[in-house]
Design a protein around this ligand. Structure first.
Ligand code: FAD
Length: 472
């Protein structure tokens, strides 16, 4: 590190990892710059990920409710889709959020530097802006790599993305018209979220997935119940299917796949094919080999327990390092690293990172799944409660799904909670707090919950692990 450095910290990348790290470090008194090659701050999450997808999920859900539920609620409407305005809502939402980051940088006296960053050496980041201007060199005590992730293709299949018929999530949030048919390759979070958006807006959607379940790492009970609900909503699934080819056709594009278990290949065609098979850590052009920062087999920057690479003064957080590729995981690592750099004890509890799928209904989970507990040979008790037995859910016509608690058989300490249902993503927060404090299911069941709320179902599921729930 260089004591004459202009900055204490230069962050490369302004996604939820980078921008949060920068703000926290500035709040703790460090002099910070953030390098970003995109036009706007906020990274994948704010520009093309979490935020625009949620704007479309919400709008398309409102459309579906207006079409299917309003009449039952006694509201007569004749809803008509206005996709251009829906996309304007999405773009406006993105703009409010990315402008918000620019405001926070100003407020915290963080210098934003537009351009592509490359690490020349520990303590030196070279920034090249478009337009051929001379690169600027930022001298700094510490460097944080927060360059995130990029769309990954399908292993050993060539995919020619064209932004119109063969698309990634980047373009699937901006289709100018609703396709009649859509194939989604990949039944993970991004695939089912965006697939369900276009399904609600009128597309006939088929999800082709390699595993024999959707939402790979989610609890098996939840994922099979979730899949059934999506089938009811009109989405088709081809599970256990290995995609071997994606090709453009006269109509649109085709996907060829064969059963993973062996058997004949099959080709199906649609107007649009969305490839949502995951993301890869993005380190292109950073100069990591030259400065001697190693990456693992998946291309992720290797770090120690304090986010430091093998090179002193160079750290990494977020999607570019191991762990779940989630915005809140990146944010929490950003805060922890800023605290460490400021001499405090930053820490992330990786056992309690909630995971949410923002479909209708939502899926939310924290801690271990039942399959994981079985595999680890942990003795556990399960408690379940269905939303059909919850008064508020009935009033809202949102009775699909259930809450499932998994607690240690002996100590009753909560090991995992899995929720399928309306508002699951918000309800999982109290379960995360409970687990963060090492709480038991009895702790939650003896906490008074307001009536009538959906969260009473969380409480009753907790109660069901050690006693009889009241309402079932
Ligand atoms: P990123 O957000 O990827 O940001 C990295 C930034 O670094 C980018 O702006 C990039 O331009 C910049 N950059 C890269 N290299 C350089 C360089 N050399 N110089 C300068 N700048 C550089 N997560 C959730 O938790 N909830 C969700 O609902 C959710 N929905 C998603 C929906 C979609 C469609 C997608 C694609 C992702 C979603 N995610 C969601 C994942 C989430 O977006 C990521 O986990 C998160 O953005 C990771 O943050 P990050 O800071 O590590 O990287």
């Amino acid at each position: 590190s260089d004591s004459s450095a202009a900055f204490d910290l230069v962050v490369i990348g302004s996604g939820p990892g980078g921008y949060v790290c920068a703000i926290k470090a500035a709040q703790l008194g460090l002099k910070v710059a953030v390098v970003e090659k995109r036009e706007t701050y906020g990274g994948t999450c704010l520009n093309v990920g979490c935020i625009p997808s949620k704007a479309l999920l919400h709008a398309s859900e409102m459309y579906a409710e207006a079409r299917h539920s309003f009449a039952t609620l006694g509201i007569k409407v004749s809803p008509e889709l206005d996709l251009p305005t829906m996309l304007v809502h999405k773009d406006r939402t993105v703009k409010q959020n990315v402008d918000g980051i620019a405001f926070l940088f100003k407020k915290n006296r963080i210098e934003g530097v537009r351009g592509t960053g490359r690490i020349r050496a520990a303590g030196e980041v070279e920034v090249t802006a478009d337009g051929g201007a001379k690169p600027r060199v930022l001298k700094t005590k510490a460097i944080c790599i927060a360059t995130g992730s990029a769309v990954a293709g399908i292993p050993s299949v060539e995919v020619a993305f064209d932004g119109k018929t063969v698309v990634s999530s980047d373009d699937a949030i901006a289709l100018e018209k609703v396709p009649e048919t859509m194939i989604v390759v990949g039944g993970g979070v991004i695939g089912v979220e965006l697939g369900s958006v276009w399904s609600r807006l009128g597309a006939k959607v088929t999800v082709v997935e390699y595993l024999d379940k959707v939402l790979g790492p989610m609890d098996g009970d939840v994922s099979s119940a979730f899949q059934k609900l999506l089938v009811k909503q009109g989405v088709d699934f081809r599970l256990g299917a290995k995609v071997t080819g994606v090709a453009k056709t006269d109509k649109g594009a085709s996907v060829t796949f064969e059963p993973v278990a062996g058997g004949a290949a099959e080709t199906i065609e649609a107007d649009v094919v969305l490839v949502a098979t995951g993301r890869r850590a993005f380190t292109d052009g950073l100069g990591l080999d030259e400065v001697g920062v190693p990456r693992d087999k998946a291309g992720r920057v290797e770090i120690d327990a304090h986010y430091k690479t093998v090179v002193d003064g160079i750290y990494a957080i977020g999607d570019v390092v191991k762990g779940p590729m989630l915005a809140h995981k990146a944010e929490d690592e950003g805060i922890a690293l800023a605290e460490i750099l400021a001499g405090q004890a930053g820490h992330v509890n990786y056992g309690v990172i909630p995971s949410v799928v923002y479909t209708s209904p939502e899926v939310a989970s924290v801690g271990a799944t039942e399959e994981e507990l079985k595999q680890a040979g942990v003795a556990y008790k399960a408690g379940k409660f269905a939303f059909t037995a919850n008064g508020r859910a009935r009033a809202m016509l949102h009775t699909d799904g259930f809450v499932k608690f998994l607690a240690d058989a002996e100590t009753d300490r909560v090991l995992g909670v899995h929720i399928l249902g309306f508002g699951a993503g918000d309800m999982i927060a109290e379960c995360a707090v409970l687990m963060e404090f090492g709480g038991s299911s009895e702790d939650l069941a003896r906490t008074c919950h307001a009536h009538p709320t959906l969260s009473e179902a969380v409480r009753e599921a907790a109660m069901a692990t050690f006693a009889k729930p009241i309402h079932s």
